[in-house]
Design a binder for this molecule. Structure first.
Ligand code: ADP
Ligand code: 5GP
Length: 206
């Protein structure tokens, strides 16, 4: 029998978590990549596991761990996830405890790109030293245009993502910070400023 992984413990000083969440197409992947490019010496990306199909632009092990449905279920049963969600019908996504351990052991903070529910779950598990950032699109119309521009979805998935976006937009007030992503250069600068300010803050002791 495999051993159940314990909840990663928050080491004093280095155990910060920054959670970016947003409706699909709002631009969180773009902003998280930018933050990592600027602050990569201090913060690293929690690579989630997913059962969704890999996009041509994605690298397995860097953007996601692309795994089968059976492997995902096995990881749920082994208690390997900090949190997981069936974000879209039949598509599962989850944060692996091992990712947080790996990154904290490097002495870095962790940055996540998860859905709104995942963000609240992470904040509930680690109420201290977690910053939740909601990336807000200028409009639903902009999300639609960006998703069409990204050319990653079938028509059916596009509509599902927009439907969920309308739902998720209701939750922005429950985040620590709302970051408007209208003009991309301004949003990138703001994202870096927010994360770097948080990393410089004195850690909160539980
Ligand atoms: P998410 O990770 O939230 O689904 P992405 O970062 O993949 O979103 O962005 C969706 C698409 O929109 C991408 O093609 C990206 O290049 C584009 N995009 C992101 N931010 C902006 C912006 N401010 N203005 C125009 N296009 C953007
Ligand atoms: P995408 O398919 O566009 O990469 O991601 C779809 C949605 O799943 C996005 O909102 C993304 O943030 C979310 N997501 C990615 N990984 C995780 C995860 O580990 N947990 C949760 N809860 N959501 C995730």
């Amino acid at each position: 029998m495999t051993e159940t992984p314990a909840l990663p413990t928050n080491p004093s000083g280095n155990g910060k978590l920054v959670v970016f969440a947003a409706p699909s197409g709002a631009g969180k992947t773009t902003l998280v990549r930018h933050v990592l490019a600027v602050l990569g010496n201090h913060i690293a990306f929690s690579v989630s596991a997913t059962t969704r199909k890999q996009r041509a632009s994605e690298i397995n092990g860097k953007d996601y761990y692309f795994i089968s449905h059976a492997e995902f279920v096995q990881k749920i049963n082994n208690n390997e996830f900090l949190e997981w969600q069936e974000v879209y019908d039949g598509n599962f996504y989850g944060t692996l405890k091992s990712e947080i351990e790996r990154i904290w052991q490097q002495g870095k903070a962790v940055i996540f790109d998860v859905d709104v529910e995942g963000a609240f779950n992470i904040k509930n598990i680690y109420p201290h030293n977690t910053l939740t950032v909601f990336v807000k699109p200028p409009s639903i119309k902009a999300i639609r245009e960006r998703l069409i521009g990204r050319n990653s979805e079938t028509n059916e998935m596009l509509e599902k993502r927009i439907e969920k976006a309308v739902f998720e937009l209701q939750y922005e007030t429950r985040f620590d910070i709302v970051l408007l992503n209208d003009k991309i250069d301004e949003a990138k600068a703001k994202a870096t400023e927010i994360v770097s300010g948080f990393l410089q803050r004195k850690p909160e002791m539980p």
